[in-house]
Design a protein. Sequence first.
Length: 454
Amino acid sequence: MTARPIAETVASLMPRARVELGELVAFKSVADPAQFPRSECEAAAGWVADALRAEGFQDVALLDTPDGTQSVYGFLPGPAGAPTVLLYAHYDVQPPLDEAAWLSPPFELTERDGRWYGRGAADCKGGVIMHLLALRALKANGGVPVSVKVVAEGSEEQGTGGLERYAEAHPELLAADSVVIGDAGNFRVGLPTVTATLRGMTMLRVTLDTLEGNLHSGQFGGAAPDALAAMIHLLASLRDEDGTTTVDGLDGDASWPGLQYPQEEFRKDAKVLDGVELIGAGTVADRIWARPAVTVIGIDCPPVVGATPSVQASARAQISLRVPPGQDAEEARKLLTAHLESHAPWGARVTVEQVGQGQPFRADVTSPAYAAMADAMRAAYPGEEMQSAGMGGSIPLCNTLAQLYPEAEILLIGLSEPEAQIHAVNESVSPQELERLSIAEALFLRNYAASKEV
């Protein structure tokens, strides 16, 4: 059976996919009620649940997870004796950041220069649509040959672990022979890629207190300990002069042995300004896939507009530490906490709060599921062979699933290639990648079913 009928069906479904992705992108489903109403996430969850019901899924449910969000679940039974495949995506998104910097409204899917722009278009509402396209193509060409479970998470971007905790409390729910995580991406557009490793993550908030209250900088500045200056000093201790992460006791010398990332290509993908150096040492692949990386993702301090001449009594920062495979996220958290407590200057009082955490992940790329995916991607991307790469981001659920179902084969694919600019302004998805990866996923499900036949 050739790939052509599947490809033709997916191509015919792309106009519908654009409409549906536009509907899904329109929900401001940031899983933080301090930024957007909870009702936006609830409406997005309802959309996904309705879409699953329309495709014949059974047991469709909104799972109330321990972090106060909802994940969407559904089950589509396959032929007797067929393997079960779990398809994962998430419908929550990152906040839009500076909406004025978007060239089109962030929650309005807009076509421009051959791409579809909108928050979540690639990460990961596009993943939800990819799963639907693959299943529809199979239904139109002989039926879905496996039993399918779909779960769409509602708080992946917040890292609060709701679905992980729910899965641990209900281990039978997501049990499967194979898992396709639709939240990764190709190394570049047109190069089919599975993600072999994920860095884990620990996220901390650190508060420094030095005074009972703010003071006049003319009357007290120069002797009164400035909490904001102390915070700047503390954060600077997390990197050496070339930008390499330097957390006391944390190993930062590992190397990446596989597919490499040329510096000029990385500079272009990351949109590094001319004359600005990359940070860190080693190859780019070493730095983003094999070594820890600290990022200060927020600081509470007075804005420039409206600032008063004051010595600050308190300052707060949020710090993300990416943890590579081979290191333990909990141990990294302890080391980072100890570093922050010991490097605060002038005896500033230090309070450290854990915000989120997830372990790194390493896939078994030698499993039969990977062979089935390689054949599928070869057909979906003529002339290209599937590559394996790392990903600097974190998907904590992967480790939870690996621990709950040690025999399950876990694959990571998705739409978040470099041009997608996920988590940044002007996020977009390539409709060509959506089409080809949907074809690949449909063919994978067919190949995987065939590989399990006795």
